[in-house]
Design a protein. Sequence first.
Length: 490
Amino acid sequence: MQKSSAPRSYLVLENYIGGKFVSCQNHIDSYDPSTGEVYCKVPDSGKEEVDAAVEAAKEAFPDWSARSPQQRADILNKLADLIEASVEEFAQAESRDQGKTVTFARTVDIPRSAYNFRFFASSVLYHTNDCTQMDHMGCLNYTIRCPVGVAGLISPWNLPLYLLTWKIAPAIASGNTVVAKPSEMTSVTAWMMCKLVEKAGVPPGVVNIVFGTGPKAGDALVGHPDVPLISFTGSTATATHITERSAPHCKKLSLELGGKNPAIIFADADLDQCIQTTVRSSFSNQGEICLCTSRIYVERSIYSEFLERFVAAAKKWKTGTPSDPSNSNGALISKEHLEKVRSFVALARSEGGIIHCGEGVHELDLPQRNKSGYFMPATVISAISDSSRVMQEEIFGPVTCVSLFDTEDEAVSKGNCVRYGLAATVWSRDVGKIHRMANRLQAGLVWANCWLVRDLNLPFGGMKNSGVGREGGKDSYHFFTEVKSITVKH
Ligand code: NAD
């Protein structure tokens, strides 16, 4: 990130604090990943801006938390309506800011952002609390849940509006007010949403958005003594820092982190369905989804057939200009990230891995204006050891590795041999095998014969280094509220 003062011809974003757009003195360059050109200036906020946002959120809290869930739900539904009415505008902006295809933004990111508000507007109406009787003591026990106060929300660049709203919606539905900090690399759609927040009738100070870098704006939010809760989605390395930084304040933390997700493919799988879905699970959104498959283990008897058909399908996964609907992938987020992803392919090559397609095997045919963009074709690697960094570390790009196994036990131990535990997919027609594998794989989410099918009621999150806590219908409600146990002697 280079710093500079804001010139005239760029899109210049402002913070949204206490219901007002507030300009910032310094800005950060934000790039269009498909051209490599700076097109937007993002506020380079720090402690001062975060303090102002927290003050606004504190002021708004008493009124907002006193409203009924139905009153809050009505406003959330209105916000969902407004986003839905502007899907195209948001999709174009998300694509330009992040590099993903317009098609992906139009069909996944933006509809899901609207649905996040709609879902939590509805689910917050139906939670129930516990009640127990102690007749021998003449006591009745029950629980209530209260909003926590000002929630600090920090989100990454891969699904910008989708993941930000996944936090804002449950936080405000439960009666909290929020200070959110989106990724400095993808701030535009959050800024666009602020205009709709006001229109939907969200009172000033309930939603505050402060833009800026992690070490400055993010750190000020995490270290703020009046922000008792942080919901963070991002890398495991940043989460470690956030955990340390918030420890002196005993903050409530929800950490949704990286993954190194295996697909386990048994010989009895429906291969047509499996190959089609596994190409999608490996390369969707340029492989920049925490849930993407990056290690594919195939039972030995079908390994050769699988590899041949999988590589053929990967070659058809087209990469190019994000606005072209015939492309499945657009550009990666940044030059640095592209270099990092490429370095894993180079490492695999140096370790004797076979690169079947993609990086270094075939060139992309890009229009002139996209030649400086951060594009990389879908890449399939085999013959790489399980202990290689390529098989152990999160690459977060359009790269997947194929390997083999002989027995169910071996598939489990290979699936579990990384420090992450976010998601896994299992492919088989044997129901018993599916249940056994789902039970033994160390992953917060297991999909059998499918991928990315999500019921937002279910807990979302990872184990091991993939996270702490779960978010989703009841889990988000529990995270964004504090429970009290009350005993009444009668
Ligand atoms: P990142 O950790 O670099 O940044 C995430 C956010 O944290 C950004 O807003 C950033 O500005 C902020 N941040 C950075 N340093 C900070 C600090 N010291 N204090 C406070 N905030 C700080 O992650 P990224 O590169 O933006 O996102 C990619 C990562 O996110 C991948 O590891 C991916 O797997 C993970 N991810 C996880 C999920 C999930 O649900 N488990 C979903 C999407 C992405």
